[in-house]
Design a protein. Structure first.
Length: 448
């Protein structure tokens, strides 16, 4: 993952703005639109996607480590280790039946390379892409950053070949050069596309650091549909996820997003510190960085959490089978309804805001143990008051303001709503009761 300019070089005000942007909360234009009513239903897990053998993914990482060892300890842009890494990946894909092409560009006085691999078949006017940057920094071999993402999509591509997949949409994989210099390779690729070709990309999925040694499970929230695919997968493993904010604008999805292409992806954390709450739900060490070897010489093949690498690699396959191969099972009969449209929560003394879900197709009243899942990004959750409002207009308090300084909310509440008819419009009402906060509702759902 590319490192932006250090906040230490900014003014105090700019540093605060940079920190807020890292939290993903200084973009009211993005999150200010009111949430429309929805009756979207959660789809159950797909059954067609293969299990990606994590031993195979780690074998690719071992090869990248050997390449770095033989080429001055790194695989950086303009260095022999990068070109050897590209040749390794290309050789695997060529043998598996992919159509590969190498795209050249120049950066910092050196030639860079992108590797593009297309799987035959599928509707080219609806192309699903998966990408990862292949270069390291000069300081080390870059096995987590970003050998992990590169190896994960490589093994998924090879799984496509093993299955001789015949996807509905066209499948394309990409390994980017010079990401560490500012997403140079991916930006060159996007800028080289004609506008008509850009419109043919229905989604780009980015995988940058998916095996961090003190891992978190972060999902890009840039596009609701792509975000939901990954959330659904991790729900099948009972692994809670959080919105990815540390890498906003710092990896290869950024040029695609700027071009208006829907983006999604996964991330396991870099140099941010894991909180106590995150350690409680994910394990690992609170107060320590997600990857203490980020951009350092110790980012070697021993700097990988195998479990995180395994889960995230499987999630890549699940997403591609869902999005490109039509691999999902039929929708459930309607037990869960969700609204994933972001909704800004104004700072105190701002008004309360509401997000609506219209429930239909149910019979009778709501259950006495109605589940209300709420995910909100907020700098101080203790200032939030959250109510569920039933179709009758009755309010049910979910979250009171308190002295809890923990940021963000990702909680499922249980409500006795048996006096409410199940069908109708349900609302989630949020209000900020304290000053100097920023935040938004990411999503909420009702499970009957």
């Amino acid at each position: 993952m590319h490192t932006p300019p250090s906040p230490r070089t900014l003014s105090a005000g700019a540093a605060l703005a940079t920190a807020a942007l890292a939290l993903g909360v200084l973009a009211p234009a993005v999150h200010a639109a009111p949430a429309p009513e929805t009756s979207a239903r959660v789809r159950p897990a797909a059954v067609a996607a293969p299990d990606i053998p994590v031993a195979n993914v780690k074998a690719h990482l071992a090869q990248l480590q050997q390449i770095a060892n033989a080429n001055g300890g790194n695989r950086a842009h303009g260095r022999s280790g990068y070109k050897a890494s590209l040749d390794y990946v290309k050789g695997k894909l060529d043998a598996a039946g992919f159509t590969t092409s190498v795209q050249q560009f120049s950066s910092s006085g050196a030639t860079g390379y992108n590797l593009i691999a297309d799987w035959p078949g599928g509707d080219a006017s609806r192309t699903v892409m998966a990408g990862a940057h292949l270069d390291s920094v000069t300081a080390g071999p870059g096995i987590n950053d970003n050998g992990s993402g590169s190896a994960g999509i490589l093994e998924t591509a090879l799984a496509v070949s093993r299955a001789q997949l015949k996807p509905d949409k066209h499948l394309r994989f990409a390994w980017w050069g010079a990401e560490e210099l500012g997403m140079v390779g991916s930006r060159y690729y996007v800028n080289s596309l004609a506008s008509g070709d850009r419109s043919k990309i229905s989604g780009y999925l980015n995988f940058d650091m998916i095996g961090s040694p003190n891992p978190g499970y972060f999902v890009y929230d840039d596009d609701p549909t792509l975000e939901k695919v990954f959330k659904d997968y991790f729900a099948t493993l009972s692994i809670p996820t959080e919105i990815e904010t540390e890498g906003d604008g710092r990896s290869d999805h950024a040029p695609f997003k700027s071009a208006g292409i829907p983006v999604g992806g996964l991330f396991s954390g870099a140099d941010y510190t894991k909180t106590a709450a995150q350690a409680q739900k994910w394990g690992g060490s609170a107060g320590q960085e997600f990857d203490a070897c980020y951009h350092a010489s110790c980012d070697t093949s021993s700097n990988i959490d195998t479990t995180a690498l395994d889960h995230n690699s499987d999630a890549i396959a699940y997403a591609l089978w869902q999005l490109a191969a039509g691999g999902s099972t039929p929708p459930d009969p309607g037990s869960t309804f969700e609204n994933t449209t972001d909704l800004a929560v104004p700072d105190s003394p701002g008004p309360a805001v509401t997000s609506s879900i219209t429930v239909n197709g149910r019979s009778g009243n709501a259950p006495s143990a109605l589940k209300v899942g709420v995910k909100a990004v907020h700098t101080y959750s203790g200032d939030l008051v959250i109510d569920l409002v039933g179709p009758s207009g009755r309010s049910y308090r979910l979250h009171n303001s308190s002295s809890d300084a923990t940021p963000n909310i990702d909680t499922t509440y249980t409500v006795n709503a048996s006096s409410e008819t199940a069908n109708g419009t349900w609302k989630l009402k949020l209000q900020d009761k304290g000053p100097q906060d920023t935040g938004y509702l990411d999503s909420w759902k009702l499970t009957f």
